[in-house]
Design a protein around this ligand. Structure first.
Ligand code: NAP
Length: 332
């Protein structure tokens, strides 16, 4: 398989690259930066921005499949920038796939594209996109996903995977943030009795991408469809957070906030940061408050049947792997 992974130097893109290499694929990565560890693995890197058609053409030349994992993540930043990277960038990736004769595109979406701020208990892929958005990230990921699914056809088969709350070794978002906030004494749990959330261990999320790539073809069941990808083990958010802190050798967080206080804090911080045009992410936003204070777990039936997906690494084993990684890399 001759594959291009956009964002191959990132957390999830990197795990996809490693699994592709293990299966003997010829892998190229596309991103703005140079990632030395990719070079060590012999992965060719094409550098450029997702909106740079020339760079994308060089990256896609001769490739059979594109895993489009690059995106602007996070929950804070100007709408124009989220739109440019996540929507315009995805449109350019699709354009270049068509021009270059790439036959398949596996897009990394997000379950947050269906989140309207209320509980999601055992939701399946029939959940609609909401009418309003609490953050630019889910909004622009939803617009991008719609472009990807609409592009599915005889020449280019497309699929979108929606991994929820990815964590594990080499995580550069959730795990380091939790550790830093816990060490600074700034971490609070939101009181959400009876609420559960899904998450997915990094290797399971990456494997789902490879399974989708195998099944994807024009007219295949998965072509033109979106799939939730999780560990299938929804937990109270506090249990997951404290599991990660335990893996980092830190005590559990016990201080709590009410969902209402968290939401109000999110409103105030968003207003304040907006007024001051601050680029750094506020400690709380409306989206984060709702994400931490509600249930969001998803049915895996469609992924199991259509992709043959099964979360092979349990949360308990994933936490052991995370603890080992944090110890060995001096982060715990
Ligand atoms: N982590 C999660 O919990 C989670 C959950 C659901 C969905 N996802 C999705 O999974 C994908 C990967 O996320 P991640 O967590 O692995 O994030 P990540 O580690 O930040 O990786 C994203 C990669 O995209 C590249 N990138 C960003 N902007 C770019 C641009 N303008 N042009 C070219 N490359 C660009 C970055 O590389 P350079 O900086 O070198 O350009 C980065 O390595 C994203 O599509 C995200 O929406 C993640």
């Amino acid at each position: 398989m001759k594959a291009l992974v956009t964002g191959g130097g990132g957390f999830l893109g990197g795990a996809i690259v490693r699994q592709l290499l293990e299966r003997g694929a010829d892998v190229r990565s596309f991103s703005r930066g140079e990632h030395p560890w990719l070079k060590k693995l012999g992965v060719e890197q094409v550098r450029g921005d997702l909106c740079d058609l020339g760079a994308l053409r060089r990256a896609a030349a001769g490739r059979e499949i594109v895993f489009h994992a690059a995106a602007m993540p996070g929950i804070w930043g100007p709408y124009a920038e989220y739109h440019r990277v996540n929507v315009t960038g995805t449109g350019r990736v699709l354009e270049v796939c068509r021009e270059s004769g790439v036959g398949k595109l596996v897009f990394t979406g997000s379950p947050s594209v269906t989140f309207d701020g209320s509980d999601q208990d055992g939701v399946d892929e029939s959940a609609p996109y909401p009418a309003r958005w609490l953050a630019h990230y889910p909004h622009t990921k939803a617009l991008a996903e719609q472009l990807v699914l609409a592009a599915n056809g005889a020449a280019l088969a497309t699929v979108s995977l929606r991994p929820h709350l990815v964590w594990g070794p080499r995580d550069n978002h959730l795990v380091p943030r939790l550790i830093a906030r816990a060490k600074a004494g700034k971490l609070r749990l939101i009181r959400a009795p009876g609420k559960r959330v899904d998450s997915v261990y990094i290797e399971n999320a990456a494997e789902a991408h490879l399974l989708a790539a195998e099944k994807l073809a024009p007219g295949a069941t998965c072509a033109g469809r979106a799939y939730f990808i999780t560990n299938g083990e929804p937990l109270p958010m506090g249990e997951l957070i404290n599991g990660i802190l335990r893996a980092a050798g830190l005590p559990p967080v016990t201080k709590t906030l009410s969902p209402r206080t968290a939401y109000l804090a999110g409103c105030v911080m968003e207003g304040w940061y907006g007024l001051l045009s601050r680029r750094s992410e506020p400690l709380m936003t409306r989206f984060l408050a709702r994400q931490l204070g509600t249930s969001h777990w998803f049915k895996l039936d469609r992924a199991r049947v259509d992709l043959g997906y099964e979360p092979r690494v349990s949360i308990a084993r994933g936490l052991e792997e995370l603890a080992r990684y944090l110890r060995e890399s001096g982060r715990a």
